[in-house]
Design a protein. Sequence first.
Length: 256
Amino acid sequence: MLKRLLTHPLAREARLDDPETTTLRRRIIREKPFLERIYTQWYTSLLETVPPGPGIVLELGSGAGFIKELSARCVTSEVFFVPHVDLVCDGCRQPFRDGSVKAILMTDVFHHIPRITDFLLEANRCVRPGGVISMIEPWVSPWSRFVWGKLHHEPFLPDTPNWHFQESGPLSGANGALPWIVLERDLRKFSELMPNWRIETLRPFMPLKYLISGGVSLRSLMPGWSYEFWTLFEACLSPVMRFVSTFAHITLVKNG
């Protein structure tokens, strides 16, 4: 009963891998002021990492978002057709020339890619020297092991030995711990596989705001006007952020 009361009305009958669900999530984000401000914060942070100079700025997994409103130059994409995106694109098979991309931006996408090695190799092909992969992703901390492991519908498996997971669908297939596995737990393996990439920034953050926003599935637990209060409260947690974070902003730079 409690779960049904908290579930957002538009999400009650949604099927994760149905493109219509992605369209509904775009509507949910825009109709929840607290959540919309989170996405605006995320997009602003991602766009600030885009390097100067020539090249394509690509966002993967754009279907539910609105980054185009903040940067018209960004090429938006999704793995299936939905309105408001520029092209249908699989991150493991990108339709761009070698070295023609200067930034790949992602929000909650990396951990849905079942063959992450294929994605990394494809990004290595199409991103130019000095280009970036910049992403907002779930992160592993003592607090997030509880949040993502107990309160979220997606698999969250920090202890799995593998980078890859079985494909079940573009949204239902996931391992929320994958960014942490690849870029912290197995950093040596990543460095051997991708020797010309380095981690420019890795900032764990946001212990509470996404949770109380309800995300794209639940009702918001706080009104939009309280956003600044919660931002200040989270700032007070900075000294212990690595223990309480639920997300991380990660930027990888391809060496010139």
